[in-house]
Write a protein that binds this ligand. Structure first.
Ligand SMILES: O=P(O)(O)OC[C@H]1O[C@H](O[C@H]2O[C@H](CO)[C@@H](O)[C@H](O)[C@H]2O)[C@H](O)[C@@H](O)[C@@H]1O
Length: 402
């Protein structure tokens, strides 16, 4: 098991807790030193002497962000020289979806955008208690705005009931249990694509792992029993899959815990084990994943085999890679990885964080600290809505409903 993520605290913490091996970090050592010396993504500590002084010039004040004439996302407003320094290989391979928003918009031009988003770590910040991974009211509003303009689905490892209790938006499509429990909008006024035809299920429903329910329940009981002696370990029942959390387990106990989990799973050859963000994920061994769920939803919406559709998938975890991979294979759509660190990924773009409320110190400037806004999922969603409304003023009004 690996310490592959950190809750963003401070620069020293980031440098010290850089990811281990799970998403085999492309040049992890390089990333570490790069971050420590303030490189790649501009996350490092102060390097006073090497930061060019620009007399009389200040970065826009944070309070001005988003106001007329000021960029909403500062990193892309960096002077050309400094920006060039930030642009190393990783950034080129997975540029910021915000910094490259014009490219995203160009790809979306004339196409029907369909939005897919993961929940934990994408729409809600990673927290220690999985039962308290609440979504902010601002993020909920942003997702609601997106869902008014584009068909929108949440694709998550959580069980449907739990994710719905966090999100509470009845107009969305939901694919819970890593895509093994799919439901259409329960709202009487969901967004339906303009080409929606009778026969395309309005209440999309699919449970490809239904027959595994008794096995999952049995394995759940076995795992709870086996891991109860490990302080901090926690087993979460996500209906068609299980999660064994080790975020609150002492690092010395990670390996013994993994052994306990494997020991239980030896009695359940029909289940498979993978690893997420300080969590062991147990799922039925069927050929189904978030990628398949996205394909299924596209088909159900009548968007299969259409070149004028642009699926956009935003996710932060390993299981989201199946969706990125699927889009890449189709040669259609945009994958956006949410990560503070460079990672091996099949996504094309990156964002740093779910929300925009965290700020980082970039460098000393005129004796004052410069703060940068982290390119966030929420900011990206705002931009997308803004772009769509600007292009089609009719989108300001509620779209066609059925
Ligand atoms: O597909 P997702 O929506 O990203 O769900 C994946 C797992 O997310 C949750 O665990 C993660 O978030 C927790 C709350 O922030 C955190 O405590 C945990 O360490 C993370 O792994 C969820 O609890 C799992 O059931 C999901 O499988």
């Amino acid at each position: 098991m690996t310490n592959q993520d950190v809750v963003f605290q401070d620069m020293a913490g980031i440098a010290a807790a850089l990811p281990g091996a799970l998403f085999a970090c492309r040049g992890a050592a390089g990333a570490v030193s790069s971050l420590r010396r303030g490189g790649a993504y501009g996350l490092g500590g102060p390097r006073r002497r090497r930061v060019p002084r620009r007399a009389g010039r200040r970065w826009p004040d944070l309070h001005q962000l988003g106001r007329r004439g000021y960029p909403r996302v500062l990193p892309d407003a960096l002077p050309r020289r400094r920006r060039a320094r930030r642009v190393d290989g990783e950034l080129l391979r997975h540029p910021s979806a915000l910094g490259s928003f014009d490219d995203v918009a160009a790809a979306a031009k004339g196409k029907k955008v369909v939005m897919f988003m993961d929940y934990d770590g994408t729409l809600s910040p990673i927290v220690t208690d999985p039962d308290r991974a609440f979504m902010s009211a601002e993020m909920r509003a942003a997702v609601r705005d997106v869902a008014k303009l584009f068909p929108t689905a949440l694709v998550t490892g959580r069980c449907l009931e739990k994710v719905y209790s966090f999100v509470g938006l009845s107009e969305l499509y939901y694919a819970g249990s890593h895509g093994m429990d799919i439901k259409g909008p329960s709202s009487s006024k969901p967004f339906l694509p303009p080409n929606f035809q009778e026969g395309n299920s309005k209440t999309v429903l699919l449970q490809p792992a239904r027959e595994f329910l008794p096995v999952i329940d049995k394995a759940y009981r076995g795992l709870v029993d086996k891991t109860k002696a490990t302080p901090g370990a926690r087993v979460e029942n996500n209906k068609f899959c299980l999660s064994v959390h080790f975020r609150c387990v002492d690092e010395k106990r990670w390996s013994p815990l993994a052994e306990q989990v494997k020991a239980v799973l030896r009695d359940f050859p029909e289940l498979k084990l993978s690893e997420g963000r300080k969590v062991l994920e147990i799922r039925p061994s069927i050929m189904w994943d978030k990628g398949r769920a996205v394909e299924f939803l596209l088909k159900s919406l009548g968007f299969d085999d259409r070149s004028d559709v642009l699926p956009v998938y935003i996710g932060d975890d390993r299981t989201d890679e199946d969706a990125f991979k699927m889009l890449r294979k189709r040669g259609q759509g945009i994958g956006i990885l949410v990560s503070k660190f460079p990672k091996e990924t099949d996504a094309s773009y990156s964002l740093k964080d779910p929300t925009e409320v965290q700020y980082i110190y970039l460098a000393w400037h005129n004796e004052s600290l410069t703060k940068l806004l982290i390119p966030s999922v929420m900011e990206f969603l705002h931009q997308l809505v803004h772009w769509k409304r600007r292009r089609s003023p009719s989108a300001m009004r509620r779209p066609r409903v059925q």
